[in-house]
Design a protein around this ligand. Structure first.
Ligand code: GDP
Ligand code: MN
Length: 379
């Protein structure tokens, strides 16, 4: 789950990271009122869950409340990288002398979180990472020990934070780490952390991605989920307790078990196709779940064939078959469907499906080959 800038910054602030004063507006009039309240210059910032808003025209400085109103009207009418802007953050404008990049993410290879920092922060950080990666320094954090002061000092020296700001930097670095750790984040980022003309460190941008698998520990965050902008099929899947990830291929996959789902995707690749999704209907999948899963798969216009690969262990083949039949009645697919059903009550399941208009397969290879052919219109 991605958090908006304003949500991330509020969270960072709870851990002691200084952020600008600001409020959220959904209308130009609200934006004006907030700007009046703040007094002086403000920055009007689109709240959409993509990076590079500045370059896309979604961040603008306003010199007066009426200018803030006009800019808010303009920005609230924008679409940034395909996402409509529904909210703007009105922040006190900052006097920026220097822009620093700070980010924590998981380094899977090192099996540890990694703290990244660069003196070349700001809107061009991707270019810095690509062309001059040596300008980004990295320090791994031992998850048991946590971020250590000597490590923060190494970071501060590495990105040439003036000595007078080391105390402030220490607070920001620990605040970012605490946010990352306590919210089970996979990314916590401040870009830029600025140094102002009078030597203050302020986080003017913030970004957090919280691991969806840990959301049950953060019920308060779940209510902040922005349903507008999440892939709606993934949201629907979540509501049905299905693990679904949308991909770009043509073959919809309905599989029980994550390992089997991955193997199915691999073998589809092997036969020259591309999976349209990862989907694990889980053990003990019932009729309702199967129907929901099929509905979700068929919503994707790229899907040209569906492959059911069910290994009945806990999941009973006859129940899955009933689920498929119920779903077929409801969604009436117009793409070919290949089914491979083995294991517990597979016989009964196959008998139930005998009259449905489906291509049957014995082995996984057979099923994948048939699904690839069917998606190409060769069956
Ligand atoms: P992003 O483009 O989505 O990363 O959005 P940011 O919030 O990082 O804003 C982009 C850029 O706008 C920053 O790198 C700053 O250069 C500039 N910016 C953001 N807030 C302020 C501000 O309060 N004052 C000034 N002068 N510039 C700002
Ligand atoms: Mn930014």
């Amino acid at each position: 789950m991605k958090l908006h800038e304003y949500q991330s910054k509020k969270l960072f602030a709870e851990y002691g990271v200084p952020i600008p004063k600001g409020e959220i507006a959904t209308t130009p009039a609200e934006a004006k009122a907030i700007a009046e309240e703040l007094g002086g210059r403000v920055v009007v910032k689109s709240q959409v869950l993509v990076g590079g808003r500045g370059k896309a025209g979604g961040i603008k400085l306003a010199n007066s409340p009426s200018e803030a109103e006009a800019l808010a009207e303009h920005i609230l009418g924008l679409e940034i990288k395909g996402l409509p802007v529904r909210k703007v953050l009105i922040d006190e404008a900052a006097d920026i002398q220097k822009e620093i990049y700070l980010g924590i993410t998981n380094d899977r290879a090192a099996k540890k979180p990694v703290f990244m920092a660069s003196a070349a922060g700001g809107v061009d950080i991707e270019e810095v990472a690509a062309k001059t990666p040596e300008k980004i320094i990295r320090i791994h954090i031992d998850p048991l020990l946590g971020l250590q002061d000597f490590q923060v000092l190494n970071l501060a020296v590495g990105i040439e934070i003036p000595r007078e700001q080391w105390g402030q930097f220490n607070k920001v670095a620990h605040g970012l780490w605490q946010s990352y750790k306590n919210f089970d984040a996979t990314l916590a980022e401040i870009n830029p952390l600025i140094i102002t003309g009078d030597g203050q460190l302020i986080a003017v941008d913030g970004k957090m991605i919280v691991d969806d698998n840990a959301l049950f520990r953060h019920k308060d965050l779940e209510s902040q989920r922005d349903l507008d902008v999440e892939e709606s099929s993934e949201t629907e899947a979540k509501d049905h307790d299905l693990t679904y990830i949308k991909l770009d291929g043509q073959i919809g996959c309905m599989v029980n078990g994550a390992g089997l789902a991955m193997a199915t995707m691999d073998i589809i690749n092997y036969f020259g196709g591309e999976p349209a999704n990862f989907l694990d209907i889980g053990g003990g999948a019932n009729e309702e779940k199967v129907a929901a899963a099929l509905r979700i798969i068929l919503k994707d216009p790229n899907v040209k064939a569906v492959l059911f690969n069910i290994f009945g262990g806990i999941t009973r083949g006859d129940l899955v078959a009933k689920g498929i039949l119920a779903a077929l009645k409801e969604v009436k697919p117009d793409v070919p469907m290949v089914v491979r059903l083995v294991g517990t009550n597979a016989e009964e399941g196959r008998a139930l499906l005998a009259d449905a208009d489906m291509i049957t397969a014995e082995t996984l290879a057979d099923a994948a080959e048939k699904a690839v052919a069917a998606a190409k219109g060769d069956m």
